[in-house]
Design a protein around this ligand. Sequence first.
Ligand code: GRF
Length: 207
Amino acid sequence: MAKKKARIAVLISGGGSNLQAILDAAANGSLSHGEVVLVVSSRDSAYGLERARLAGIPTAVIRSRDFASTADFDNALSKVIDDHQADLIVLAGYMSILSEGFVKRYPQRIVNIHPSLIPAFSGEGFYGLRVHEAALSAGVKVSGATVHYVNEVCDGGEILEQQTVRVFPDDSPQDLQQRVLTQVEHVIYPRVIEQLAKEIVGNSHDS
Ligand code: GRF
């Protein structure tokens, strides 16, 4: 018998507005083939942890600096994910770069959202406002966001979805960040996750 819902672990580091969009989609039924079963944060002060608690989702804080080696950190992160039997790992503002060893454990099971049109303004060093500052410096007239699989190359995995927004002449980096977040990220991420969850459920023969 096929599984009813794909089990989703969301990894965060900060405000968690993308996590909220995913939780809202699950609550309003537009994410019907997946359920968030775990939220892991790399920071204990992340507001996203509060969002998870309010939604009744189990949380964990796993910080790389608490581990003696990358392998120990990878094992701790894998353990909590595997203990919750997650089928899909969703990075939503997760600020740690996952090791090659870790991502190879979950081929095509980890996704990320990046606030630019990859390959523009992506890769190491392009995070937070820096992405939007770079877009404005380059003078681009459109920007947007990209959902992609995570592999061993930073922002280098297969592109699953992209959507654009206009860039206006007087935009500040903060203006562009907000437009990309609210008009693109919060819209496309739950949609792609629903599609992936549907595929996972469809391919599953678990009881
Ligand atoms: C988003 O812009 C996302 O694309 C990037 O980090 C930001 C996280 O925002 N990877 P939030 O924590 O989901 O509000």
